[in-house]
Design a protein around this ligand. Structure first.
Ligand code: ZN
Length: 399
């Protein structure tokens, strides 16, 4: 038996006035998803526990079969995993954004999308200046990491900079002055980074070119290395992951799933859907289960772009799912599950924690199909799978 888990990131939505109160999933032309729903079983899954924010990392950890309340330790360490950084048990990994600070406020959480080349130069100088504090690791554009050995920092209350654009910085780093958990060192670094960065030649050039300077660092999303049991040890099968997103690659690293790099997988609208489908089919030779994650519908949700969201769903259906259905029969029996990790509704332009629509098709069990015949947020409520926790999905599919 082969298993495919197809994740359309942020694909589900709320009814939209411009679509006559329908959702993008209801409007999109997606014959393959509907065909599998007609012959399969539907339901709703809850991927985000109430105690955690509805991030893609949390929600996908659920889908991969791990209870995030038990295993989620922050975004930083997952990204470290995807970058191949070796973490010791007491190492705390922070996400380090380059931001633009103006008048004591966060003017831009991404420093005008600074280039990776410029950022690498700044990271090098930060490492020179703060060598006693820890280590910075250069990533992509404004997104970098900082690792410090002090496990008490894992519990520090930090704030994602994209949530507080325009707000006063001092309100978010006013940690208690009794320095039991090492917070002062973190605050001092963030403030002192302005001295290293403000007049840096990289920033002088950016300002001369009318670009926003990367004049401060923002540390957040920190945590200890997650301690997750091996996927094969729990579920007894080999698996691979296809994604353009670092956080998901990190989950794969810590669970012993294999990351398959697909050329042209960008994590954006322009991702190469056909290539993802093709690599998934190829991977079926050596794997029992393939997780295929596509970020584009989420990006469309964040952008509030209805047309792009519908297009993304249609492309997933045609190029990814269609290609899999054309080829998977040659590997014998199979099951396919389709779901988003969380909704990214056009009207709210960010993730919500609502349960997400699921359809599960089994090539050996068409006779037990339920009455749901199309795949969308509302029809699945009548499905025979009911509502359950996302981290039970893999067990249910393997039954
Ligand atoms: Zn997501």
């Amino acid at each position: 038996m082969k298993y495919i888990i197809l994740i359309g990131d942020g694909m589900s939505d709320y009814p939209i006035a411009e679509l006559n109160n329908k959702t993008p999933l209801q409007i999109a032309n997606k014959p393959n998803m509907d065909k599998l729903t007609l012959k399969g079983k539907a339901g709703l899954v809850e991927n985000v526990p109430l105690s955690l924010d509805p991030g893609s990392d949390v929600a996908n950890m659920s889908i991969f079969g791990y209870n995030p309340e038990k295993y989620y330790s922050g975004r930083g360490p997952l990204e470290a995993g995807s970058m191949g950084i070796d973490l010791a048990p007491d190492d705390v990994t922070f996400r380090c954004n380059f931001i633009t600070e103006e008048d004591g406020k966060i003017a831009d959480f991404n420093a005008g999308h600074i280039t990776s080349e410029e950022a690498a130069i700044l990271i090098k100088d930060l490492n020179r200046h703060f060598f006693e504090e820890g280590t910075f690791y250069p990533g992509i554009s404004y997104r970098h990491l900082f690792v410090k050995t002090n496990k008490n920092l894992a519990n520090l209350k930090t704030t994602p900079p994209h949530d507080i654009v325009g707000e006063k910085i001092s309100n978010y780093i006013n940690w208690d002055d009794n320095d039991e958990n090492g917070a002062l060192a973190i605050r001092n670094m963030m403030l002192e980074s302005k001295e290293v960065l403000t007049n840096h030649p990289v920033n002088q050039k950016r300002i001369a070119n009318n670009q926003k300077p990367a004049n401060m660092i923002w540390l957040w999303g920190q945590g200890l290395k997650p301690s997750m049991p091996n996927f094969k040890d729990i579920y007894g099968i080999d698996g691979s992951v296809i994604t353009g997103v670092d956080l998901l690659k990190g989950i794969a690293v810590f669970t012993g799933l294999n990351n398959i790099d697909v050329p042209g997988a960008t994590g954006f609208f322009d991702t190469d859907y056909k290539a993802k489908g093709k690599y998934a089919v190829n991977a079926l030779k050596d794997n029992d289960i393939i997780f295929i994650h596509i970020e584009a519908p989420d990006e469309a949700g964040h952008a509030g772009d209805i047309d792009e969201k519908i297009k993304a769903i249609e492309r997933i259906d045609k190029y990814v799912l269609g290609q899999i259905l054309d080829n998977i029969g040659s590997f014998g029996d199979y099951k396919i599950a389709i779901l988003p990790d969380h909704p990214t509704p056009i009207d709210v332009r960010t993730h919500t924690r609502d349960p997400t629509p699921l359809t599960v098709y089994s090539s050996v069990d068409e006779s037990s199909a339920d009455d749901v015949s199309v795949y969308d947020e509302f029809s699945v409520k009548n499905g025979s799978l009911g509502v359950f926790n996302g981290y039970d999905l893999i067990n249910k599919i393997l039954e």
